[in-house]
Design a protein around this ligand. Structure first.
Ligand SMILES: [Zn+2]
Length: 142
């Protein structure tokens, strides 16, 4: 959670760049009825700055679970690797949807570590995705 002041203009710029979706689980803010948080990709506690190139939109659950980490455990390789960086990396290079959009699967060590650390297939998310898929709102395109 951010300690630094983030201006409304910066918040909007980050949200627009992230297409108003959580940078990690890809949930659309408009489906949740809650304004998402601004996540420091490199946490402030590790020297991350409050500048657009270190910020991304994140839902409350993903922000809480990512916490102040930048690395996570890849269960396939059994090593710690960098977590997904929503500014320098493309989501589709590291993750893919499976089971008709119900599950996020890591396609790289970074993707797998992020799925694991941020718990991108939390029961609450999978239950919501099931409803969104049934009405054609999910998975997101583009
Ligand atoms: Zn999320």
């Amino acid at each position: 959670m951010s300690r630094a002041y983030i201006s409304r203009a910066l918040r909007l710029a980050v949200a627009e760049r992230c297409h108003y979706r959580c940078s990690y689980c890809q949930t659309a803010q408009r489906f949740t009825g809650a304004e998402f948080t601004i996540d420091h990709i490199i946490p402030e506690s590790l020297g991350g700055t409050t500048t657009e190139d270190n910020l991304c939109l994140a839902c409350w659950g993903c922000n809480r679970l990512k916490y102040d980490r930048i690395a996570g455990f890849d269960p396939e390789l059994g090593v710690m690797v960098q977590l997904y960086n929503a500014y320098t990396q493309r989501w589709t290079d590291h993750f893919r949807w499976e089971e008709n959009g119900l599950l996020i699967v890591g396609a790289t060590p970074t993707g797998r570590a992020t799925v694991n650390a941020v718990q991108l297939n939390r029961a609450s998310l999978v239950n919501s995705r099931r409803l969104w898929v049934s009405v054609g709102w999910h998975p997101p395109v583009g």
